[in-house]
Design a protein around this ligand. Structure first.
Ligand code: GLN
Length: 206
């Protein structure tokens, strides 16, 4: 019924190729976004992981900070993974003094929340809207420390000292995960995002 949505992947840092591949596997068209002109052409955007303080600086250096905030405020669907989650959060618990986010998700995130000992780890977790479990790969990941009532919690850590911590959320057209589904070869989280994008296009909520 609808044409394939075009999903941009913010290409200033991170797993750009892997996200493009996952988007294509999930049935959408993927393209890189590095310029305001490219942002204007996409239906939705993925913000990959990386280092949120650096990404914040790069987004401003590429003159994308204002255009990104505008598109997000206008209801563009977006999916942020790891540092991308931080970029979409309204609040950071331990931000660098000059660190800014794009905002949109009514959550507080804590950067590098799992601590140095468990810098990177993997766990199978349940994810609302996805059958079975998802292999969640965490790399110096944030967690969601607080989420407002308008935020839907999709997944939590299930084992170990961080059990119960929120690691995936959705608020309207915005989706975020603390982990990196683009490197697991399982494209169901991207599939969920493509569904969100399709619904928003159909409902004209752009
Ligand atoms: N620790 C990084 C940050 O604070 C995020 C790590 C990642 O994206 N894999 O931005």
């Amino acid at each position: 019924m609808t044409a394939q949505p075009t999903i941009g992947v913010l290409a200033v840092q991170g797993d750009v190729r892997e996200h493009l591949h996952a988007v294509q596997q999930a049935g959408a068209q993927g393209t890189t976004v590095r310029r305001p002109r490219e942002l204007a052409e996409v239906d939705a955007l993925i913000i990959p992981g990386g280092e949120s303080t650096t990404m914040d600086k790069l987004v401003r250096a590429f003159d994308l900070h204002g255009p990104l905030r505008e598109r997000l405020a206008a209801g563009m669907p977006a999916y942020g993974s790891c540092a991308g989650m931080i970029m979409l959060a309204d609040r950071i618990a331990d931000a660098r003094p000059d660190q800014q986010t794009l905002g949109g998700l009514d959550i507080t995130v804590r950067r590098n929340a799992f601590g140095r000992q468990v810098d990177s780890f993997e766990e199978d977790i349940h994810f609302a809207g996805v059958d079975g479990t998802v292999r969640a790969i965490f790399i110096r990941a944030p967690w969601v420390e607080e989420a407002s009532e308008s935020v839907e919690v999709l997944a939590r850590v299930e084992e170990g000292p961080a059990a119960g911590r929120i690691v995936a959320v959705r608020q309207g057209p915005l989706l975020a995960t603390s982990f990196h589904p683009e490197v697991s070869g399982d494209h169901r989280v991207h599939g969920l995002f493509v569904e969100i994008v399709r619904n928003y296009l159909v409902e004209g909520k752009q």
